[in-house]
Write a protein that binds this ligand. Sequence first.
Ligand code: FPP
Length: 257
Amino acid sequence: MLEAREGNKVATNNLNYADMIEHERLPRHIAIIMDGNGRWARKRLMPRTMGHRAGINSIRRVVEACVDIGIPVLTVFAFSTENWKRPLDEVDYLMKLLVEFLHKELKALDENNIRISILGNYELLPDKCKIEIAEAVQITQDNSGMSFNIALNYGSRSEILEAVRCLAKEIAKGEISAEDITEEHFSSLLYTKGLPDPDLLIRTAGEMRLSNFLLWQIAYTELWVTDLMWPDFSREELLKAIWEFQQRDRRFGGLGR
Ligand code: FPP
């Protein structure tokens, strides 16, 4: 039995996280490192690609749950700049899944007023992906509901370097001086421009690392890791993560409550 803490709603073994969550203190931005597709498949003696396919269902579940709960921003790490090192057939399959996902889900995402954005340099993706992405981004650009960001060919270090290059050019042209470089200005040069920093970063499959994901943006993010493999990640697990996030004492370097 979990211990009830003073000031918090009581948590028991018979947990109903949906009722326990405080809706006025939701994370504004949830970011997810979806890990464990390969292990999930291996355990079932299936090819790794089947793990990725099963992972799509988890994305669908999580998007749906975030819309229901009222999470303003959701970001999922779908393909990193390092993922090109994987065997060609796995990379091809991931690209195929992306096309299939956007093609199948665009209508429902749009009807749910979801705004789709891509974090990362997707110019380097195959043409089929670029076409689907451009359509999804364009069709949903004026939606005012949840922002759903898919990190694709994304790497935080290269994102930061690109911002630094941009700053160097602005300085060289005399547009700003070195003293004018503020955190706000730097943030505005990142893919996440205009979005709140993640309040909660979820990682599945138990690994305790950040894998070059949103390194600037997660300076004060609460980290939450589950041993569940991504294809097993459920709505209930998401609610649990949000509830546990709400039990944390966020001090942002200060002394807190
Ligand atoms: C990590 O599992 C997961 C990925 C590299 C990609 C996540 C991709 C999906 C869920 C599907 C594609 C996404 C979209 C939006 C179409 P892993 O293969 O590293 O698992 P392992 O660590 O167990 O090997």
